[in-house]
Write a protein that binds this ligand. Structure first.
Ligand code: AGP
Length: 614
């Protein structure tokens, strides 16, 4: 949450900062600000000029029209409030004397530090934890006149998570930054350096990045990039090319990023499968040269993730136990990281994440390192993310940048990666070759089948018009489609603000059935699998109580619609890929309901794309 951008160049950096903020807006959008070290050339004055605005980046752009700021060095921030409500005084950058800082994360000991600084005569004008950092650096700088030393001393006193950027009027050619628990990358241009919370923010100016590691801090000028680790030892962080350049960052013809990302799923799946499947088996080399041996040693699996990524894990449990015959548990990271876990011998820990920066998932991975796992595997969409760098093994999804807060193509590519992994485990354990060949065939057919499912868009648009007036909805599924129902409910809540809950269909009569009346839409996912007859009985229970049934069903099943039962048909597919297919109409449903309701689809209220705080 929160996005940071910074730049040092020979040219005016304000347009780079603003474009970076626009691209980072998915990380937080309740206020934004820039601080630029102005110079004679641009502003007829030396000093830090700060402009901030409540609301989205567009508000900051408007404010900058009234107060133009230009210079060679600057930092910028888009905020997702944690300490102090969205207000201009709480927006970053925060200033102390001649320095300005921006911060992503939470300083847990801001209370005692604030007290100490007040005692030293510093005045606070915001409720943020970040202002403490600004004053702390200023305090040590006043004592030493050594900015690097003051920055280091201040960092050593901070507890919690931070990505920080610092500029000071006395050092007009240096940009300082640091990371601990929150992401930060350094971008390299031609005689220019940039920093950002996410490389996406900087793809406008570079595709070459250095990824800071935990505890690193750095000092950049036009030509040099000095990086030190947590022990102040000078270190080199490899310069890497960014990989997702194939997918555009622009919305193009689409009204929203979410819609664009829904439509990108066939290509994202093709890219994720590229090079990892052969004709009738999977190619395990993507996990390293000794992958067969590594996979062969695994006897149990623990999956840990948050939100939509957690739902992907829940589907995988059915696959891994059903096809690879291996015990598998799935847990939300925020619970897992704080409990005593029992880890059976030879257990693989899998973390799943779109961003690879989700605080709880990352903390779970770190916690797992001391729990005696055989190894850790990250399934992730961002190659240079912390999760990928810290896991023993990695399996990348190639969904391209996902900007919409509601995760769509990241989810379906996670499922593809997890079905691939299931197949790899089954293959290594010598399971039925037909099942393996069948999985591979089905995975390869998936992009085309999803293209067919996307043609349901118009039908779902009409359905959404009736749905949008509802306050609540129930989603039902069985087997692998139960987590898909959960994902459908999450998507609807997230972007349309309609209260939605998902149940395993068999649970309905154990309580939730009491909620069903003519005002309650009940969305069910009914593929033509072995559980269909059971599901039909559950739906009868709803119909008998007047509930409005909407069923996404396989085209091969009996289609007779009743007055309060709308059936939308999907093509028949192999069971293994069915949960991936049935995700598509649920994504479209939530999108179109949100459109009718007029909510901010890509930036729903109170949420941020990458949850880098606990
Ligand atoms: C999905 O629509 C959500 N925005 C959210 O649940 C998300 O999946 C969760 O925060 C985990 O994010 P990650 O995949 O980047 O770790």
């Amino acid at each position: 949450m929160c996005g940071i951008v910074g730049a040092i160049a020979q040219r005016n950096i304000t347009p780079i900062l603003l474009e970076g903020l626009r691209r980072l807006e998915y990380r937080g959008y309740d206020s934004a600000g820039v601080a630029v070290l102005t110079d004679d050339e641009h502003n007829n004055a030396d000093g830090i000029l700060r402009v901030r605005a409540v609301g989205k980046v567009i508000e900051l752009e408007n404010a900058l029209e009234a107060t133009p700021a230009a210079g060679h060095l600057g930092i910028a921030h888009t905020r997702w409030a944690t300490h102090g409500k969205p207000a201009e005084r709480n927006a970053h950058p925060h200033i102390s004397g001649s320095l300005a800082v921006v911060h992503n994360g939470i300083i847990e000991n801001h209370g005692p530090l604030r007290k100490k600084l007040i005692g030293l005569g510093y005045e606070f004008v915001s409720e943020t934890d970040t202002e403490v950092v600004a004053h702390l650096i200023a305090h040590y700088y006043a004592e030493s006149q050594d900015l690097l030393g003051a920055f280091r001393t201040a960092l050593s006193e901070l507890h919690g998570a931070y990505a920080l950027a610092l500029i000071h009027q006395d050092e007009p050619h240096q940009l300082y930054c640091a990371r601990m628990g929150s992401p930060l990358v350094i971008g390299e241009g031609s005689e220019e350096h940039y920093i950002a919370s996410d490389p996406l923010a900087l793809l406008q100016v570079t595709d070459r990045f250095r990824y800071l590691e935990e505890g690193d801090h750095a000092r950049l000028n036009n030509n040099t990039c000095e990086i030190w680790d947590r022990d102040n030892k000078s270190v080199n962080r490899e310069l890497k090319r960014y990989e997702h350049a194939a997918f555009s960052m622009e919305k193009g013809e689409y009204r929203h990023y979410m819609l664009k990302e829904i439509y990108e799923q066939p290509q994202a799946i093709r890219d994720t499968l590229s090079g990892i499947v052969a004709d009738d088996h999977v190619l395990t080399a993507v996990l390293g040269p000794d992958a067969e041996e590594r996979l062969g040693d695994i006897e149990n699996i623990h999956i840990v993730a948050c939100g939509t990524s957690y739902h992907a894990g829940l589907v995988a449990r059915y696959w891994i136990e059903g096809q690879a015959g291996m015990p598998c548990t799935v847990e939300v990271a925020s619970e897992y990281r704080y409990r005593t876990v029992v880890v059976p011998k030879n257990t693989l820990l899998i973390t799943i994440s779109q961003s690879g920066e989700t605080a709880d998932t990352l903390a779970a991975l770190r916690f797992a390192k001391d729990q005696g796992y055989l190894a850790t595997l990250a399934i992730c969409n961002v190659a240079g993310s912390s999760l990928v760098r810290e896991a023993d093994w990695r399996l990348l999804t190639h969904a391209g940048p996902e900007i919409g807060v509601a995760s769509t193509k990241a989810f379906t590519t996670q499922l593809v990666a997890l079905l691939w992994l299931t197949t790899a485990l089954a293959q290594v354990r010598g399971k039925n070759a037909d099942v393996i060949a069948n999985n591979v065939k089905a995975l390869k057919q998936l992009p085309e089948i999803i293209e067919q499912a996307l043609t349901l868009d118009t039908r779902i648009t009409t359905l959404a018009e009736r749905f949008a007036s509802k306050d609540h909805a129930l989603f039902l599924g069985r087997g692998t489609h139960y987590p898909i129902a959960m994902e459908g409910a999450l998507k609807l809540k997230e972007i349309s603000y309609i209260h939605a809950e998902a149940y395993a269909a068999g649970e309905l009569k154990h309580g939730p059935l009491a909620l069903v009346d003519e005002n309650m839409p009940v969305v069910s996912v009914a593929p033509g699998d072995s559980l269909l007859e059971k599901l039909k009985s559950n739906l009868e229970e709803v119909r008998a109580r007047g509930g409005q049934l909407i069923t996404f069903a396989c085209e091969t099943i009996d289609q007779s619609e009743e007055s309060n039962h709308e059936i939308i048909s999907l093509p028949w597919v192999e069971d293994c890929i069915s949960p991936i297919l049935y995700t598509i109409p649920l994504q479209l449903l939530s999108y179109h309901v949100a459109l009718v309701k007029g909510t901010d689809v890509d930036k729903p209220r109170n949420l941020a794309k990458s949850v880098t705080v606990e």
